[in-house]
Design a protein around this ligand. Structure first.
Ligand code: DP6
Length: 369
């Protein structure tokens, strides 16, 4: 599919007045990382992620057709929306949402015909350092698609999900991987059938049982605001001395991990996933300007994990996103032993001993309409 396939051309506002949708949309954790993009939100390399379950955003979109004369005159000229986060009106969130709406305007031209109220909350603490842009933008894109579906009820579920992912991507790249689960690929890749730069697709091959219900315990090492945002980090990949090699490495890792996910080869999985996490942070450390998002406790945890693996032959491993928190990944069959290890050895490195137990999820769900 190409961009123009996502432009809604004919729609009728007849019989539509007002309504409300709520979507629960999970976060995701990349195994092969997206770091570097071109406009408009086209990734420099393919990425793949586990969709999570317990870390999610709940977003409600209330819509009301503009109907008094001045409102109608304003139609097709401006977006009218208010945003609430965890019960509080958040005018400082408005510019980000306005930018998102501008980017998606040509694909969802009906949005300007409505007054919108967006209410959002996260299952994870706001200050946890867990990026909420994937679940947040994913949830908002899904709400917008539910509105589109009321205007175009014959739309198929497949198109609904593709376009939701397409719109989410324009809000935040990784958000396009939060619509479905359990494993989502984003970025065109010759070895992944159906993959696209425009939206995320489900990993199209049979996933080995070793990866069913894979666990992700997120250790909250640093709950402060990040010193360098992902947006800046992506920009720094332009003219980065290792950019070309990095994009090649990620695309090679996609070929490798695709085989591993089908064969169930856990040691090979660990090698790819940990190398990806460290390569991502190596890009940060070698940007101009350079920066470090890991904290001393991030490294302590990594060393503990390596020690435990060497001692026990466990298949525990770690990955990192653009921050100091550590995602501890392990097969469901090792839940008990790994959880004991986490509690006895790793929790001490978390801020206020905080961590979140999560695992692979199936994707977003519509809560009400
Ligand atoms: C390190 O999706 O947050 O988590 O597209 O600018 O919104 P924008 O960036 P974002 O970047 C995520 C980067 C990452 C790796 C990943 O999730 O693949």
């Amino acid at each position: 599919m190409i961009e123009t396939d996502f432009i809604l051309k004919d729609f009728s506002l007849e019989n539509i007045t007002n309504g409300i949708f709520t979507w629960k949309t999970p976060s995701n954790i990349a195994l092969v990382k997206y770091w570097g993009k071109q406009q408009p939100q086209i990734p420099e390399n393919t990425s793949i992620s586990f969709t999570l379950d317990n870390c999610f955003t709940l977003t409600t979109l209330e819509y009301k057709l503009k109907n008094d004369e001045s409102e109608v005159a304003e139609r097709s000229r401006s977006f009218n929306f208010e945003i609430y986060f965890e019960g509080q009106k958040k005018n400082d969130f408005k510019p980000k949402i306005a930018t998102f709406f501008k980017r998606i305007e040509q694909y969802v031209p009906f949005l300007m015909d409505f007054e919108l109220i967006i209410k959002s909350e996260n299952s994870f603490p706001h200050s946890s350092g867990i990026a909420s842009s994937a679940s947040g933008m994913g949830a908002l894109a899904l709400c917008v698609m539910s509105l589109e579906k009321t205007l175009n009820p014959t739309m198929t579920d497949a198109y609904f999900n593709k376009k939701a992912s397409f719109l989410a991507r324009l809000g935040s790249g990784s958000a396009c991987r939060s619509v479905e689960g359990p494993l989502i690929v984003w970025g065109n890749h010759p070895k992944i059938e159906g993959s696209s730069d425009l939206f995320g697709v489900k990993f199209p091959y049979k996933i080995h049982n070793n990866f069913k219900n894979y666990q992700d315990t997120i250790l909250l090492v640093d709950e402060g605001e990040k010193q360098v945002s992902s947006t800046i980090g992506h920009q720094l990949m332009h003219n980065h001395p290792f950019a070309k090699q990095r994009f090649q490495q990620a695309n090679d890792n996609i070929s490798k991990i695709s085989k591993v996910l089908q064969s169930g080869d856990l040691p090979a999985f660990i090698e790819i996933v940990e190398s990806e996490a460290l390569s991502l942070h190596a890009m940060m450390m070698t940007s101009n300007p350079y920066f470090i998002l890991m904290k001393p406790n991030t490294l302590k945890i990594i060393n503990e994990i390596w020690g435990f693996r060497a001692q026990t032959n466990s298949n525990i491993c770690f990955t990192l996103d653009a921050g100091a928190n550590v995602h501890v990944l392990f097969p469901e069959s090792e839940k008990e032993i790994v959880n004991d290890f986490i509690k006895s050895k790793l929790i001490q490195f978390c801020q206020e001993n905080r961590y979140i137990c999560d695992g692979i999820g199936k994707g977003a769900i519509l809560i009400n309409s």
